[in-house]
Design a protein. Structure first.
Length: 103
């Protein structure tokens, strides 16, 4: 039987690392908003179609690594599916917000 262990840790980044983390969060937020606008404009929730039409832009224009680009796509899709299943009418694109880095 497989067992998963999760650890909650606190990091103490240097000033330079804080800047890098903030820049990464900005790239992720911008990528999420890009995919969100795509989903809203096409009304498409097919992961394959969204991937085919946004993945390389996420990599090239936002500087996201492969795993982050995939995560951005999945997160944006999940937000729209959640809003839809909760009965919300989507009248505008869902602006994505990343949590502020607090140390």
């Amino acid at each position: 039987m497989e067992q998963t262990i999760t650890a909650k840790i606190q990091i103490h980044p240097t000033a330079e690392q804080i800047i890098q983390l903030q820049e990464t969060l900005r790239k992720v937020r911008d990528g999420l908003n890009f995919v969100s606008k795509y989903i809203y404009s096409t009304k498409c929730l097919s992961q394959r179609t969204i991937h085919d039409n946004t993945y390389y832009d996420l990599r090239a224009n936002f500087g996201l690594r492969s795993q982050m680009a995939q995560s951005v796509i999945k997160t944006a899709i999940a937000k729209y599916k959640s809003a839809s299943s909760n009965g919300h009418e989507i009248t505008h694109y869902l602006k994505m917000v990343c949590y502020r880095l607090t140390l």
